[in-house]
Design a protein. Structure first.
Length: 274
């Protein structure tokens, strides 16, 4: 890989390695966790209220609002040298306004688990933590290999992945969640459609092939009380699934893929005819 390309972010901006005092604000939960796992917690001066991992570490870091409702005055007061954002999770107008007073805005947009390689290397090169980034790359490759092994062992299966109730909502195939599930052989439904987070119409032909339904623990807090309700509505086996493991990229990606691989094997083993 061309060393210069490592420093290019998702917006096509070429960054330079950080020099002098580094003050980072992260507006994305996954990225806050990643920066801490890269050893940069001491340089992280701001976060959103949704940035909750690692819990013991982030408690001391100032909040600047939410991912969609950033308080620009609070952000400015922290005098960050770097702002880390995401295309899907932050509002463009907020990022553009912040760029007027933050010298370096790093834009991210992981769409599939493999995109985390570039994310690790970018952060490693900008913030001089290449060793930690390389270790994450190795962990991700191992998890992708495990996911591929499960995908080869078990037949592909179509699933419905619920993220919201009233209205019932799922994920489109162009989302990170869908790509993470596909890594272990679970194809999300509906298979087509322009909406990234479409509403669910129970009984729709688009969902007819679903072998099972997953109820994510985030953003809606599905719990055990919802499982029977969804099983009755869908006529399919239903189960809770850890939303953080499916949707958080960054340093959570290797653990997330291993979680999905283990879950796929467990459910597959339960359904083997005896």
């Amino acid at each position: 890989m061309d060393p210069a390309n490592i420093l290019v972010d998702a917006a096509g901006t070429l960054h330079s390695p950080a020099r002098g005092e580094v003050r980072i604000v992260s507006l994305v939960p996954s990225l806050t966790e990643l920066l801490c796992d890269l050893g940069l917690a001491g340089q992280l001066v701001g976060r959103t209220g949704f940035c909750i991992h690692p819990r013991a570490t982030v408690r001391r870091i100032a909040k600047v609002g939410g991912t969609k409702d950033v308080r620009l005055d609070a952000l400015r007061a922290l005098a960050p040298t770097h702002l880390v954002v995401n295309v899907d999770e932050n509002r463009r107008e907020t990022v553009e306004a912040a760029a007027a007073f933050v010298p370096n805005v790093i834009v991210t947009h992981p769409c599939v688990p493999e995109d985390n390689f570039a994310l690790y290397r970018l952060c490693g090169a900008v913030f001089a933590c290449e060793g930690a980034a390389a270790r994450l790359c190795a962990a991700l490759q191992g998890a992708l290999d495990e996911a591929a092994a499960v995908r080869a062992e078990l037949p592909a299966e179509e699933v419905l992945y619920l993220i919201w109730r009233q209205p019932w909502m799922t994920v489109g195939r162009d989302t990170y969640i869908s790509a993470a599930l596909a890594a272990v052989g679970w194809q999300t439904l509906p298979a087509q459609g322009a909406a990234r987070y479409p509403e669910v119409e129970w009984g729709s032909a688009a969902l007819a092939g679903a072998a099972r339904v997953f109820l994510s623990t985030e953003p809606f807090r599905f719990g055990a009380r919802h499982v029977d309700e969804v099983a009755a509505l869908s006529g399919r086996p239903a189960a809770l699934i850890d939303g953080e493991m499916c949707s958080w990229y960054g340093s959570r990606a290797p653990a997330g893929l291993r979680y999905l691989a283990a879950l796929r094997r467990t459910l597959g083993a339960r359904e083997v005819p005896r």
